[in-house]
Design a protein around this ligand. Structure first.
Ligand code: PMP
Length: 415
C-alpha cells in the first residue's frame, strides 16, 4: 500500500533552521537570549549587565510598584489562571473594568479584551471579513494583521509601505469588485518606527466608502495628548472605525484589545473564534494592564509620555551625530529608533559587537524587513536616564570605528 511522505521531511535541512544552527554554533545568534532579571532600562542578560535598548516596555511600567501590586492582588484574589474562555468561566470584574476604561480612553462605544494582541488582530480580521470582501493593508503591517486577513479568505491587497497613491488605486479597484472594503494600517510601524499618515488615509477611506482599522500597538501609551495613539495625535479618532491595541508594550503586561462601535464589538464577542476558543487573560496580566492604564490616564501620564519621546529624540540625534543612519519617524518621533545597516550579515555582526559592549538591541533582517533593509531596532523607555543613554552612545561610537575598519562602512546619515 502506498504511504504518505513524512510530513516532517520539510523540517530536515530547512534553510532557516540551518542558518539558526550555524549562527548559534558561532555564538552569533541575536535571538532567544536569556534575561536573568527584571525588564528594566538595564538588565542582567547571560551573566552580564546590559543596557536594554530592545524593549517595548516604553513607559517602564513593568517595574512600577503599583502595577506589580495590582498583578499580585489579582493573583491573590483569583489565582493563577481562569482555565476557561471569556464566554464561560473566564470573565472577571477586572476584564469588564478594563474593557470599560479602554473604551473611554479610545473614545469608542466599547472595547473587547483578548488574551494577546496577536489574537485581537486575528480574531477581529478573521471574523469581520469574509470571502467577497477586500482588505487593503500596508506592506509593513504587523504579521498578526496578515494572519487575520489570510484566515478570513477576503481578497488581500497589500500596497507598498506608505504609498498612498497605490492605496487609492486599490480602493478604486476594490469598489469595482463589489463586497465590503477594509483598510488596515499600523499607526506606528513596529520595525521602522514611522507613523501612518492617517489624515490622508481617512480621507481616502471616506471617499471610497471603505472602513478603517488602525493597529495602535506602538502608538497607544506613547502618542497623543492622552496617550491614546496615532489616531489621537492626528485628531482623527472619530474617523477610525476600529482601533487595536496590545498590553505587551506601554501597558506593561500581556493581552490585547479592539475598540469600536457597540455593533461590531458585540458581534466579535459572540463570533470571534480567537476570543471564544481560548482561555481568557490571566488575572495578574489583566490586573497589571488595568493599573498601567490608570497611570497613563492619570496626571502622571503626560510626564511619562514626554520622557519616553524625549529619550527617543535624544538617542536618535545622538546616533545620527555619531554617523549612524537613523530612520526617523515623521512627523513625530517615536520610542523606536531604527539604525539602518542594510546587509543582514553585517547587522548580526554589529549586534554582536554591541552585545559584547554591554548594549542589547533587536536585529531585524529579512523577512521582518524588506531585502536590503536590515536594521538594528533600538527602542527607549521613559525610565532610561540620560547618563545610561550616553553610556549606550559611547558603546555605539567605540564599536563603529572597529566595525567599519573590519567590515566596511555602515550607511551614513542622509545618504
Ligand atoms: N501589532 C503590532 C504592530 C505589534 O508590534 C505586535 C507585537 N509585537 C502585535 C500586534 C501583537 O501583540 P501581542 O504581543 O500582544 O501579541
Amino acid at each position: 500500500m502506498p504511504t504518505a511522505i513524512d510530513v516532517f521531511a520539510k523540517v530536515r535541512g530547512h534553510e532557516r533552521a540551518e542558518q539558526l544552527r550555524a549562527a548559534r554554533e558561532a555564538d552569533l545568534l541575536p535571538y532567544f537570549r536569556r534575561l536573568e532579571g527584571p525588564a528594566g532600562p538595564i538588565v542582567e542578560m547571560e551573566g552580564a549587565e546590559r543596557i536594554m535598548l530592545g524593549s517595548n516596555n516604553y513607559l517602564g511600567l513593568t517595574a512600577d510598584p503599583r502595577v506589580q501590586a495590582a498583578a499580585r492582588d489579582a493573583l491573590d484574589k483569583y489565582g493563577t489562571g481562569l482555565t476557561g474562555s471569556r464566554l464561560l468561566n473566564g470573565t472577571l470584574d477586572l476584564h469588564l473594568e478594563l474593557e470599560a476604561e479602554l473604551a473611554e480612553w479610545m473614545g469608542t462605544e466599547e472595547a473587547i479584551v483578548f488574551s494577546t494582541g496577536h489574537q485581537a488582530n486575528v480574531g477581529t480580521l478573521g471574523t469581520i471579513l469574509g470571502p467577497g470582501d477586500t482588505v487593503i493593508v500596508d506592506s509593513a503591517d504587523h504579521a498578526s494583521i496578515l494572519d487575520g486577513c489570510l484566515i478570513s479568505k477576503a481578497k488581500l491587497r497589500p500596497f507598498k509601505h506608505g504609498r498612498l497613491d497605490r492605496l487609492e488605486k486599490m480602493l478604486g479597484r476594490a469598489v469595482e469588485d463589489g463586497g465590503g472594503v477594509l483598510v488596515v494600517v499600523d499607526g506606528v510601524f513596529s520595525m521602522e518606527g514611522d507613523i501612518a499618515p492617517l489624515p490622508r488615509i481617512v480621507e481616502l477611506c471616506k471617499a471610497y466608502g471603505a472602513r478603517l482599522m488602525v493597529d495602535e500597538a506602538h502608538g497607544a501609551g506613547v502618542l497623543g495628548a492622552r496617550g491614546a495613539g496615532v489616531s489621537e495625535l492626528f485628531g482623527v479618532e472619530a474617523d477610525v472605525d476600529l482601533r487595536m491595541g496590545t498590553f505587551s508594550k506601554s501597558l506593561a503586561s500581556c493581552g490585547g484589545f479592539i475598540a469600536g462601535s457597540h455593533e461590531v464589538i458585540d458581534f466579535l464577542r459572540v463570533s470571534s473564534r480567537a476570543f471564544l476558543f481560548t482561555a481568557s487573560g490571566v488575572p495578574a496580566a489583566v490586573g497589571a494592564a488595568l493599573a498601567a492604564l490608570r497611570i497613563i490616564r492619570s496626571d502622571e501620564g503626560p510626564e511619562l509620555l514626554s520622557r519616553v519621546l524625549d529619550n527617543g529624540e535624544y538617542l536618535s540625534r545622538g546616533l545620527e551625530s555619531l554617523g549612524f543612519r537613523v530612520v526617523r519617524g515623521e512627523p513625530a518621533i517615536t520610542p523606536i529608533v531604527p539604525v539602518l545597516v542594510e546587509d543582514d550579515w553585517k547587522a548580526v555582526l554589529l549586534w554582536r559587537a554591541l552585545y559584547d559592549a554591554g548594549v542589547y538591541v533587536n536585529v531585524a533582517i529579512h523577512p521582518a524587513v524588506p531585502p536590503g533593509g536590515a536594521l538594528l531596532r533600538t527602542s527607549v523607555m521613559a525610565t532610561h536616564d540620560k547618563a545610561v543613554l550616553d553610556r549606550a552612545l559611547d558603546a555605539f561610537e567605540n564599536v563603529k570605528q572597529k566595525f567599519e575598519s573590519e567590515h566596511g562602512a555602515l550607511p551614513a546619515p542622509g545618504a
